[in-house]
Ligand binder design. Sequence first.
Ligand code: NZQ
Ligand code: ZN
Length: 389
Amino acid sequence: MNNFIFENATKTFFGEGCVKEYLACLAGHYGENVLLAYGGGSIRKNGIYDQVMESLTKAGKKVTEFSGIMSNPTYEKVLEGARLAKENKVDLILGVGGGSVMDCCKAVSMAAVYDGDVWEDFWARPGIVEFEPLPLGVIVTAAGTGSEMNGGAVITNKKLKIKTGRDYPGCNPKFALMDPVYTYSVPKKQMVSGGFDTLSHIMEIYFSKPDEENVSDDISEALMCGVIRDLRSAIQNPQDYTARSNLMWAATMAENRIIKLGKQTDFECHQMEHQLGAYVDCNHGEGLAVLHPVYYRHIYREGLSKFRRFAVNVWKIPAKGKREEELALAGVEALADFIREIGLPTTLRELGINERVDLKAIADSCNLLPGSYKRMTHEEILEIFQECY
Ligand code: NZQ
Ligand code: ZN
């Protein structure tokens, strides 16, 4: 294992009924003014809004609403939230939603107290957060990103066509409330997208050095097997509590830094998806589903021993009689079959990318990250996009 330091500052409350049980008390630790942030309105339809408001009223809070946070949240939306937070002297931001709401709230928590331009100083390039962002609590309504227990926030600058994620420990939510029942109403399309995002996070950590036996890879294999099993169950029965709770916690485990310990990680596929998103605003998990098998066909020869392990330990492909390379590729093809099985898209066309979209410009805008078994070039990224088309 590589050397590491570990800390995670988010206090996490998990299980059915946790919002009713803990929210009023948790909110009581902060001042009177709460910024209630949410997305396009699903929480008003499924009753979550009413439950949250009941607890906030019980705690005597004055609530300012910040609604309409879109998927792939924009920097403009962050500034709108920061304005509201300042004008209403907000003491606590409460984000209720999926990754987009949580990410937007983290950026708002910085922009509301920072005098400069947070995009320039913290997203355009990595910065150092030497101030206390506004306290943030989150209530997860859609599983997938793991944003609830990290400082990561992925923000889109529409003008510059850049979608960038940064992880600042100072942005970790103070608390996260996770009730798996809240995810029952997530539509199948979003549920599988979120589940695949989780699988992608685990794979992008697993497929990197070191390759010798290590705790992080062992946990990752167990998590991957679980996500595959639980996605199948939740597709069969969207109200399967066991499956929904496992998917929710696996998403957190994938991104709460634990399985990254001692690992290099290779988030190049995320980098490519983020830039596709910056140009065409596609769904995050769906974009990853299109890219992953093609990316792995490009790199598996450079990481044969890990891809072989993936085939045997995750997809249970018998090793007997197969050459190492054949077995490694069989694991990638099993992943591609699973993507089709759960109804995720397999081409960029299905994501809404047409011939007018300049794939070369998108490829050239991707950062080349360290950590991959095979160092990418912009030319190879363009090849991958073209193969995905
Ligand atoms: O907006 P509403 O009406 O609430 O509907 C949402 C939205 O349409 C809906 N939804 C959420 N909970 C629901 C529900 N519908 C019915 N019932 C519920 N209980 O789900 C839709 C998608 O929500 P969104 O938050 O956009 O999805 P997701 O959680 O996949 O988040 C995607 C964003 O997170 C970023 C992505 O890049 C993307 O911008 N990521 C954040 C990461 C992080 N902070 O660590 C890591 C990830 O790799 C990822 O990049
Ligand atoms: Zn992701």
